[in-house]
Design a protein around this ligand. Sequence first.
Ligand SMILES: [Zn+2]
Length: 239
Amino acid sequence: MALYRDEGVVLRTAKLGEADRIITILTRNHGKIRAVAKGVRRTKSRFGARLEPFMRADLLIAEGRTLDTVSQAESIAAYGASIAVDFNAYEAANVIVETIDKLANTEHECVPAQYRLLIGALNALAKHAHAPRAISGSYVMRAMSLAGWTPRLGACVVCGRPGGAYLSIASGGVMCEADHTTDARRVPPRAAQELQALIQGDWTVLDEAPLQRITEELVEDWAEYYLERPIRSLRLIDS
Ligand SMILES: [Zn+2]
């Protein structure tokens, strides 16, 4: 059986049989994979907590005919412990892993920039570097941008003149007063500034104040529209 070594972040886990789990992992060099971790639900599992969500581990994986199997796992960073003690950080981490899980739906498609972005976001959450919702909001917009869905914020998407106080998600950017379509939503200047800052990772703007509600709604709507399905964890934050 062929073995390969890679590092990865655990996105989610699902029970399998009596003692096993199927682990969904974003790896650095093999894209998103699913692999069986045998005996991981036993009290004395040799994997310990290394295959829990948000954990970053060095993995040795055996290729299988239908599913791969995790053979070894060494912890690189235990983001999970620091994230789990702060409920807001935990919620934000769930938004982050759910977003990349939905975005990276082609198995073995490798996008190193997405991996680096994921590591950066979880590391920032674990260090409590910024407000958790700003970290997850910025992560979502940047991950969507890397996938090719960047909102065009500088100029009206219809006439091309600079500015535009409305955002049409379906049209992919801002629209001016004269051109805006019925689906476009009016975006106040501060929300537009926050949206731009989320995409650029401009923390001087984002650290000034908590994100406005409309900004959070625009992030959620943008992701839902282009992923063609909701980010359930973002819905939980809203409620
Ligand atoms: Zn226009």
